[in-house]
Design a protein around this ligand. Structure first.
Ligand code: SIN
Length: 279
């Protein structure tokens, strides 16, 4: 398959067109798409029209889809989660909830967080509802040698319901919460495929830096978050209907925006694929 590639910002994100994922990509197309993703961190595949099972099957070309209980899923396919303007905290207060409204990387409360997330814009609002991304390779590279020396080797405890969380998160059944793992991850990780180092932060899930007292840990995490979320590291994706955006959770953070007009719908289908423990 031939496809056309367009850079979406000078420092990250590229879009490809000329592909219909109802036909699975051949091995060389798959490898070429992964190259675009690794070089740009965020890959948008334009103009798709995929039912849940073909969407899952297409994404399975880039990794092993994994099931997550924290989001609703389509009736057709349990590995295709739904993120929608109609999401509510069903088991809690029943109020509207915006999944991913603050900077985060997916799944960091897991010992082996997903490597890639694929979000498919099934219904996009007429305006707003962008997804923002930040480049964590660049954020790490720009740190001073003193800060790098201080944080290399530090580890952070991540939790589903961290006491530092910034967003409301959906209430989960007691048994599921009890079984929810707590994970300890390095603050600086090395990408298993590119070999590059990045900051590994998740403002919504990080609890405390191991070995630092609470105040010192909070100060360090707040400083690193403020550094990594500067506009200069950011790409903002303006959705077009039929976009599939694939991002690499190992070297980016992202956040959703619920700023679209009242009464308009936003419906995304999501697949995540398995990753390995960060090192
Ligand atoms: C997410 O955080 O995974 C969802 C992003 C979005 O809805 O834009």
């Amino acid at each position: 398959m031939n496809f056309q590639t367009e850079k979406l910002s000078p420092h990250m994100a590229a879009a490809v067109s000329g592909i219909d994922l109802n036909r699975l990509p051949d091995p060389s197309t798959r490898a070429a798409l992964l190259d675009v993703l690794h070089g740009n961190l965020v890959l948008c595949i334009r103009g798709q029209k995929l039912a849940p099972v073909p969407f899952r099957n297409a994404m399975a070309q880039f990794g092993v889809p994994v099931r997550r209980l924290q989001l609703a899923h389509t009736p057709e396919c349990i590995e295709v989660n739904i993120i929608s303007s109609e999401d509510r905290d069903e088991l809690g207060d029943g109020k509207k909830i915006v999944n991913g409204a603050n900077w985060h990387t997916d799944d960091s409360f897991m010992r082996e967080p997903c490597s890639l997330t694929m979000l498919y814009g099934v219904v996009v609002p007429s305006t707003g509802g962008d997804t923002q991304f930040t480049n964590m390779y660049e954020a790490y590279a720009d740190l001073s040698p003193e800060v790098k020396a201080r944080i290399d080797g530090l580890k952070v405890i991540h939790k589903y319901s961290s006491s530092r969380k910034l967003s409301r998160i959906s209430t989960r059944p007691t048994e599921e919460m009890a079984a929810m793992p707590e994970a300890t991850h390095p603050l600086v990780r090395t990408h298993p495929e590119t070999g590059r180092k990045s900051l590994y932060l998740n403002p919504n899930r990080m609890e405390q830096v191991v070995g630092l007292d609470r105040a010192e840990s909070d100060r360090l995490l707040d400083e690193l978050i403020a550094h990594a979320t500067q506009a200069k590291y950011e790409y903002r994706h303006v959705w077009r209907q039929g976009d599939i955006v694939i991002w690499d959770n190992r070297c980016t953070m992202h956040k959703a925006n619920a700023d679209y007009p009242e009464g308009e719908r936003r419906l995304m289908h999501r697949v995540i694929v398995a990753g390995t423990a960060p090192v």
